[in-house]
Design a protein around this ligand. Structure first.
Ligand code: ZN
Ligand code: ZN
Ligand code: ZN
Length: 141
């Protein structure tokens, strides 16, 4: 799959948020599907919410560039709240939904339910499988 044109790139720093998105989101060179200056591959379309400022960023380096405080992971006691955004369809997923890659929503939507599937349960867009490998940066263990 070809990467769509990425000429609409914006850098947004606190306290502003990027008005292209329905959720508060900021970062460095963010494209319409939330690729960023640091993660710019075809499947780098996930934005993650941070516990410190409750704002979504394409990655932790974006968080650090766009704010002047220390990043805090999404807290475990809030894993049922939206904490991950798919840049392709714009859906927000709870941390549990994203980390489990399985669950009610996926079955209810009728899409295939393979456990380790790194794809959006709503639109099937492929996610970077590497993201989950450093999930400790984003989600409280
Ligand atoms: Zn923050
Ligand atoms: Zn980034
Ligand atoms: Zn999606």
């Amino acid at each position: 799959m070809a990467t769509p044109p990425t000429d609409d790139r914006r850098t947004t720093t606190a306290p502003a948020t990027d008005d292209r998105f329905a959720v508060p989101l900021r970062g460095v060179d963010v494209d319409p599907e939330t690729r960023c200056a640091h993660w710019d591959g075809a499947v780098d379309v996930v934005a993650l919410r941070f516990g410190c400022c409750e704002t979504y960023y394409p990655c932790d380096a974006c968080h650090d560039a766009a704010t002047d405080h220390e990043a805090e992971q999404w807290p475990r006691d809030r894993f049922d709240e939206p904490a991950v955004r798919c840049g392709v369809c714009g859906a927000t997923l709870s941390a549990r939904e994203y980390l489990d890659g399985d669950g009610e929503a996926q079955r209810a939507s009728g899409s295939r339910a393979k456990p380790d599937d790194d794809a959006c349960p709503r639109c099937d867009a492929a996610f970077n499988p590497g993201c989950r490998r450093h999930r400790d940066r984003y989600f409280e263990a």
